[in-house]
Design a protein around this ligand. Structure first.
Ligand SMILES: [Zn+2]
Length: 107
């Protein structure tokens, strides 16, 4: 897997915007994502002339989400702490069937 691939991987298509930079479905942090893709080829310039880009994460719970790079927590340890405090108790080997597949394919 190449996080800097020039073309968006298929799995990024159903991504939902996560405003607090963690999985909107289970609350896992970006560091626990199974896949990541950074849209570095299409950066956006903010009002204060800093660049930001979309970061896509494929969570282990099956949720695909994205957030702006500028919203990433500056301290990884802090993100891990938040995750540990909020992550629901889910068995890792229980299949998650609520991935929103019904509305993910509109082509
Ligand atoms: Zn998740």
């Amino acid at each position: 897997m190449d996080a800097f691939a020039p073309i968006a991987p298929d799995w990024t298509q159903p991504a939902v915007h996560a405003f607090d930079f963690r999985c909107p479905q289970c609350g896992a942090s970006s560091r626990q994502a199974e896949k990541v893709w950074l849209n570095r080829r299409a950066p956006v310039y903010t009002a204060d002339y800093t660049r930001k880009w979309q970061e896509f994460y494929h969570c282990s719970c099956g949720c695909v989400w994205w957030a702006w790079s500028s919203d990433r927590p500056p301290e990884p340890e802090a993100a891990e702490f938040v995750n540990e405090a909020t992550l629901p108790d889910v068995s890792p080997d229980s299949p998650n069937t609520e991935q929103g597949d019904e509305n993910g394919d509109e082509s």
